[in-house]
Design a protein around this ligand. Structure first.
Ligand code: PDD
Length: 288
């Protein structure tokens, strides 16, 4: 199936991607004036859908845009989109923009939000990435101060992610005023002396659904865990550092700014966490 044939959802209709068109004056195109979600789907079952819909509402509230649907309607649409794809493990992408209107920064009156959804095969890390860990680079976080909103205005994140790509790394881990924030499309957790340490959810990071799941699964497994701000020096001298996201699950960082990080291989706490994470997925989507 080509991308153009893939069934997507746009403003009330399911149709092939090649036929899905948005007017050029859509505020998503003109201003990046919208919010989005990425929901992982394991064996056709959305993972933590209610958490994603709650965060969607939080992002919409944050940009003062009314939710065009209630949770039951979102739930039904996501499930229908999933059912229409020919693969089992998926990543549902959905976005809501402030709609189509004459260009003016202030909110338009009476515009109808644009709702778009697509679902692609879930691009999980390769086995090699899980077993060997991945490379990251670091940078100062130069994004705005509402990183807790999942907005489609992602230029800061795009430039950070490209910086990583230019340096053959998977992510850029960022620090603001000397404190660990997150990576360009993932949250970051560290391990020191056997304790998992996660930076608190505030305006400087996205409240990751995988971050929450990781913390919950770690507590359930009796793994020591702390939520508190992490200094750059503390992060850089940690025993382990992980990325978390809907498409990465948890992934160990073993190279940082071109040098081996920690022991240079995924650490023991990571291996335990990875197993705990897999155990919470449907058996058919689990990885060894
Ligand atoms: N990115 N921080 C940022 C900046 C992100 O973009 C993401 C997710 C996360 C992790 O959130 P979650 O665990 O809910 O996926 C943290 C998604 C996957 C994306 O933009 O493709």
């Amino acid at each position: 199936m080509s991308d153009a044939e893939q069934i997507v959802y746009l403003n009330g209709a399911f149709l092939p991607m090649g036929e899905a068109k948005v007017p050029v004056l859509d505020r998503g195109f003109i201003y990046g004036d919208g919010v989005y979600e990425v929901i992982p789907v394991y064996h056709r079952a959305p993972f933590r859908m209610s958490h994603h819909l709650k965060r969607l509402q939080y992002s919409l509230d944050g940009i003062r845009l009314a939710n065009p649907m209630d949770d039951d309607a979102w739930d039904a649409l996501v499930r229908e989109l999933v059912a229409r794809q020919p693969f089992d493990d998926q990543a549902v992408y959905l976005q809501v923009t402030r709609g189509v209107a004459k260009r003016d920064h202030a909110f338009p009156k009476g515009a109808r939000p644009t709702v778009f959804m697509m679902s692609n095969p879930l691009p999980l890390p390769s086995r090699e990435q899980v077993e060997r860990g991945v490379a990251v680079v670091t940078a100062d976080d130069n994004r705005w101060h509402r990183c807790d909103l999942k907005t489609t205005s992602l230029l800061g994140n795009v430039l950070m992610r490209q910086r990583a790509a230019d340096l053959d790394a998977v992510e850029t881990v960022m620090f603001r005023d000397g404190w660990l924030t997150e990576a360009s499309a993932s949250n970051v957790l560290i391990v020191r002396g056997g304790t998992i340490v996660a930076p608190p959810k505030d305006h400087q990071i996205l409240p990751g659904i995988t971050y929450d799941a990781t913390i919950e699964f770690a507590r359930e497994a009796g793994m020591p865990m702390e939520i508190r701000p992490v200094r750059r020096e503390e992060a850089l001298s940690a025993d382990e550092m992980w990325l978390s996201s809907s498409t990465k699950e948890v992934l160990a960082i073993t190279t940082l700014d071109g040098r081996p990080f920690g022991s240079g291989v995924p650490g023991p706490v990571f291996r335990r966490m990875y197993a705990a994470f897999q155990a919470h997925k449907p058996a058919a989507s689990r990885r060894a």
